[in-house]
Design a protein around this ligand. Structure first.
Ligand code: FAD
Length: 286
């Protein structure tokens, strides 16, 4: 394993100064479930590790107005157990399905997001919830929609002196329903082969869908929104299983996955449609 210098700032200000001094030469350490694996396999080029574990201001959940604010060091299990996160149920479902109990206890939502893996389970859920991320540096802060954070597999639009400090998730509106589903390999700690998150605003009696948000992961270089499918469903009622399957096929056609050791591209595309179909039936859309 490559040698590196280790820093453990005790305040966010100190952390921002360090990141600024070491522009591009520092890597942030949160729960370490991803970073330590990469360090072990010499996949990290930076010479400095900045451990943010002591920064209490980057930990915890609070509600302000209509938004749930989730600080980046909050672990998957803390989100699952937080009553405040009942208002962001699709995210909660995604966090409950990350890895193993050990990974959920140690791994953070910030690490999952900044990792920018196309298979990251929280990302499609955050996307359909309409989440924004707040990035901070010594120069100031900016808040951007979650989708704008990702520029490719493992790549983000973050500047080299920035840190993720907040994830802002609007609470689900009255009458909105949704699901998160993933297909994983049981013997590989369940990293997604494909995953999907959906939120619908549906009139329960007429079953007319007023608004829909659909995001698919592990099926393109970054998590993608299926805008055509969202528009197709908005303002209409899905009146038969055949119609639902037709819509599911549009998801299959929208995704552009790769083949790798875990699954073929074709299988991923077919399964994205199947997960959508199954989840929509469970929501009772027909
Ligand atoms: C066995 C195993 C199973 C897993 N299963 C899943 C799974 O099912 N689903 C899934 O989505 N993931 C899975 N993962 C991946 C990983 O555990 C998660 O993505 C986890 O949430 C990462 O969080 P962390 O705190 O450990 O991140 P770290 O490893 O500490 O960091 C990950 C990356 O994010 C950066 N980073 C962290 N916090 C910040 C911040 N606040 N600002 C800027 N940069 C930051 C780090 O510099 C690093 O590049 C698995 C990993 C392992 C080893």
């Amino acid at each position: 394993m490559k040698e590196f210098d280790y820093f453990r700032p005790s305040s966010l200000d100190e952390c921002l100064k360090l990141l600024d001094q070491m522009r591009g030469r520092a890597r942030i350490l949160a729960g370490g479930t991803d970073l330590l694996v990469r360090l072990k396999h010499d996949m990290i080029r930076e010479d400095n590790i900045v451990d943010i574990g002591r920064l209490d201001e980057l930990h915890g959940v609070h509600v302000d107005g209509g938004d749930v604010h989730i600080a980046p060091l909050t672990t998957h299990n803390e989100i699952v157990e937080s009553g405040l996160c009942d208002e962001v149920p699709v995210l909660k479902k995604a966090c409950a399905q990350v890895g193993s109990p050990q990974i959920r206890n140690r791994g953070t939502i910030g690490g999952n997001v900044v990792n920018a893996s196309p298979a990251g389970d929280t990302i499609p859920a955050l996307s359909v919830h309409g989440a924004h991320v707040k990035l901070k540096s010594i120069d100031g802060e900016r808040t951007i929609p979650i989708e704008e954070l990702f520029t490719g597999p493992g790549r983000t639009a973050m500047r080299d002196n920035e840190i993720l400090v907040d994830i802002v998730v609007p609470t689900i509106a009255n009458g909105e329903i949704g699901f998160f589903k993933k297909l994983g390999q049981r013997n590989a700690m369940a990293i997604s082969i494909v995953n999907i998150a959906v939120i619908l605003s549906m009139n329960r009696s007429s079953k007319i869908i007023e608004r829909a948000a659909v995001a698919v992961g592990s099926a393109a270089p970054t998590v993608i929104r299926c805008i055509e499918v969202e528009n197709l469903m908005a303002g209409s009622r899905i009146d038969s299983a055949e119609r639902l399957w037709e819509i599911a096929m549009k998801i299959r056609d929208r995704v552009s996955p790769i083949s790798d050791v875990r699954a073929s591209a074709r299988y991923r595309a077919e399964m994205s449609a199947n997960l959508f179909y199954e989840g929509m039936l469970e929501l009772g859309v027909i």
